[in-house]
Design a protein around this ligand. Structure first.
Ligand SMILES: [Zn+2]
Length: 201
C-alpha cells in the first residue's frame, strides 16, 4: 500500500483529523491522530497489520508480544496472520510486566508490536522484558512512527547493547506543532479544538 492509501484509511476512519488542535502538551497542531479509531475496523486493521506481518514473514518467529493497551489489537492481528502465539505485557505499579501466568521461554524468538511509537518508551520496556527472560527480540513492528526518525530500537536500555534487529512501521507521520504564541492557525483565527472533548475557544 502506498503512503497516500494508508493516509486515506486513517482519514476515512476518523483517526486522522485536520484543523486546529490543542495537544496534551499544550502545543497547537494542524493535525490530530488517534490510532485506536482506525483499529475499530477489522478490514483496516487487517491490511495495516499485513504490512507488518509480511515484513517479518522471512524471520523465524515463535511469539508476538505487545504492550497493553495500544498494542493489543496490532499484536493480536499480526500474530493471527503469522499463525504464532500472541502474548502481552501490562502495567502494574506503572511498570510493564507479564501477568496472567504468561511466560517467555529461553531463546524464544519474539516479535514486538505496537500501534504508535512517539518516544518508544513502552516498546523499550517490552524489549527489556524479552531480554530479561533470555528470549530473543526478532524485530519491532508498528503502525505509525511519530518519532520524527528519532527512535532506534536496536539499543535496549536494559543492557545498553546495540543489536541489529530491524524495525518497521507502515507509516512515518511527522509531528508538526507550535507554541501557542507562534501558531499560524491562531493567527488565521481558526477555531481551536481539544480533541475528544468540548471546544475550548
Ligand atoms: Zn493555534
Amino acid at each position: 500500500m502506498s503512503e497516500s492509501e494508508i493516509l486515506n484509511i486513517f482519514k476515512k476512519s476518523g483517526a486522522l483529523l485536520t484543523g486546529h488542535f490543542l495537544l496534551t502538551s499544550g502545543r497547537h497542531s494542524d493535525r490530530y491522530f488517534q490510532c485506536a479509531k482506525v483499529l475499530q475496523y477489522p478490514e483496516y486493521t487487517e491490511v495495516l497489520c499485513k504490512m507488518i506481518a509480511d515484513n517479518f514473514r522471512k524471520f523465524e518467529i515463535d511469539t508476538v508480544i505487545a504492550p497493553a493497551i495500544g498494542g493489543l489489537v496490532v499484536g493480536q492481528e499480526v500474530a493471527r496472520q503469522l499463525n504464532k502465539r500472541f502474548t502481552f505485557a501490562e502495567r502494574e505499579d506503572k511498570k510493564l510486566s507479564l501477568r496472567r501466568g504468561f511466560t517467555l521461554d529461553e531463546n524464544e524468538k519474539v516479535l514486538v508490536c505496537e500501534d504508535v511509537v512517539t518516544t518508544g518508551g513502552s516498546v523499550f520496556e517490552v524489549i527489556d522484558i524479552v531480554k530479561s527472560n533470555n528470549a530473543q527480540v526478532v524485530g519491532v513492528g508498528f503502525i505509525v512512527d511519530r518519532s520524527n526518525g528519532k527512535v532506534n530500537f536496536g539499543l535496549s536500555r536494559l543492557d545498553g547493547v546495540q543489536t541489529e534487529y530491524p524495525q518497521f512501521s507502515t507509516l512515518k507521520m511527522e509531528v508538526v506543532s507550535y507554541l501557542p504564541d507562534e501558531c499560524p492557525l491562531c493567527r488565521e483565527d481558526i477555531e481551536l479544538v481539544k480533541p475528544g472533548s468540548r471546544k475550548v475557544k
